[in-house]
Design a protein around this ligand. Structure first.
Ligand SMILES: Cc1cc2nc3c(=O)[nH]c(=O)nc-3n(C[C@H](O)[C@H](O)[C@H](O)COP(=O)(O)OP(=O)(O)OC[C@H]3O[C@@H](n4cnc5c(N)ncnc54)[C@H](O)[C@@H]3O)c2cc1C
Ligand code: FES
Length: 346
């Protein structure tokens, strides 16, 4: 099937397989269609159907609240039934030179482990190597659970054979609760990857600011891994702000300490606890970290005052925390939108 997309700045066509999401087909073919969550919640992939027929695989997707008429649709949830013509409100872009193309692939769950009472980590052994950029995410499909879920890669590798993920349990959440059940190890998953714009590239000549809430630290680990390996913090500062509720919710602290220890003069890690005073034992266990009581965006805003010049900020975590951080970075820090990269874990 052929999908024609019209925008203010031109038109493009691409082929779409039966049952394939229109967004996936476009991205796979090198067209940078608009999207953020790729999972039906944010509405940024909306398009208007001019001709043809599409069917939404999730008619109740929360992103539907952004659609203003029957003709509008979410490209991340819709499949085409025959040739279609669509219109989008944002300019068409080609995929950036050097950015890896997303594609569908499969993999097997390995090495599932609990990091805290409600955070699990696992790897996916891929059937075929995958190139991705630090900070990107994958869509994972679990057999028997409807719809894909987005999870940020924790590791960074060229031509990776294995992807690492970290997932916070959401009460009543289908995939996150499945991960805490039985029979997960060895499950074969479907993937569509890599996706996402919160990427770090070694050519970035900027200080790096990471503001993460809970499992939002996932993509930051990938960014820190790539930045440390490439010597980025030899020339530029790194500021990592990691927010969790209480000390028992913390994870990856040893790994963050290992990154920090490689660049002790330029890479700083601050852990913010929102729901309790910082226990002395935590400070004693990580004497080189800074600890604060408060919401992570507020702590970052306070400590970064006057230090926002030449900064590229990365933000990830629960939507209210990301929204608060975006307000800080746009209104107070006055960073250019291009220098604010974020993923809302909606
Ligand atoms: C870019 C991005 C990166 C993310 N990275 C991480 C991460 O690294 N770690 C982490 O813990 N969380 C991450 N999340 C959140 C994650 O994708 C899930 O929303 C979360 O794990 C809850 O999933 P669940 O299945 O447990 O909950 P559920 O409530 O069952 O599902 C939550 C999400 O699944 C999708 N969904 C649900 N039902 C359907 C359906 N019928 N059809 C289609 N889609 C459906 C929707 O997107 C919904 O918001 C990320 C989210 C985004 C957008
Ligand atoms: S990208 Fe489709 S709703 Fe977010």
């Amino acid at each position: 099937m052929t999908i024609a997309v019209n925008a203010r700045n031109g038109a493009r066509e691409f082929e779409c397989q039966p049952g394939e999401k229109i967004l996936h087909a476009g991205l796979r073919s090198g067209l940078e269609l608009p999207y953020e969550c790729a999972t039906g919640t944010c509405g940024s992939c909306k398009a208007r159907l001019v001709s043809g027929r599409t069917v939404s695989e999730w008619p109740d997707a929360p992103g539907g609240r952004y659609l203003k008429s029957e003709a509008e649709l979410l490209m991340c949830q819709c499949v085409a039934h025959g040739d279609c013509a669509l219109e989008i409100a944002v300019p068409l872009k080609e995929r950036e030179a050097g950015a890896p193309a997303p594609r569908a692939l499969a993999g097997t769950v390995r090495d599932l482990r609990r990091l805290t009472h409600d955070v699990a980590a696992f790897d996916v052994d891929l059937e075929g190597a995958l190139d991705f950029e630090a900070g990107q995410f994958a869509l994972l499909t679990v057999p028997g659970i409807v719809g894909a879920r987005a999870y940020s890669m924790v590791n960074y590798d060229r031509l990776a054979q294995r992807l690492s993920f970290v997932v916070k349990k959401k009460p009543g959440g289908a995939v996150s609760e499945w991960l805490f059940g039985e029979g997960v190890e060895g499950t074969r998953l479907g993937l569509f990857a890599p996706l996402g714009h919160a990427t770090f590239r070694p050519a970035l000549h900027k200080h790096v600011l990471c503001i993460a809430g809970g499992s939002g630290i996932a993509g930051m680990m990938s960014i820190l891994s790539h930045a440390c390996a490439g010597g980025h913090f030899g020339d530029w500062d790194g500021h990592v702000y990691f927010g969790v509720r209480t000390a028992r919710d913390g994870f990856f602290l040893d790994e963050l300490e290992a990154f920090r220890a490689r660049y002790p003069d330029r890479l700083a890690v601050t852990v913010a606890l929102s729901d309790e005073e910082v226990p002395a034992a935590l400070v004693a266990a990580y004497p080189r970290f800074a600890f604060e009581r408060g919401f992570v965006h507020a702590v970052a805003g306070e400590k970064m005052k006057g230090r926002f010049t030449d900064v590229r900020a990365y933000v990830a975590g629960p939507p209210p925390m990301v929204d608060a951080s975006l307000r800080l970075l746009l209104r107070e820090a006055r960073l250019a939108p291009l220098d604010i990269r974020y993923d809302k874990f909606s």
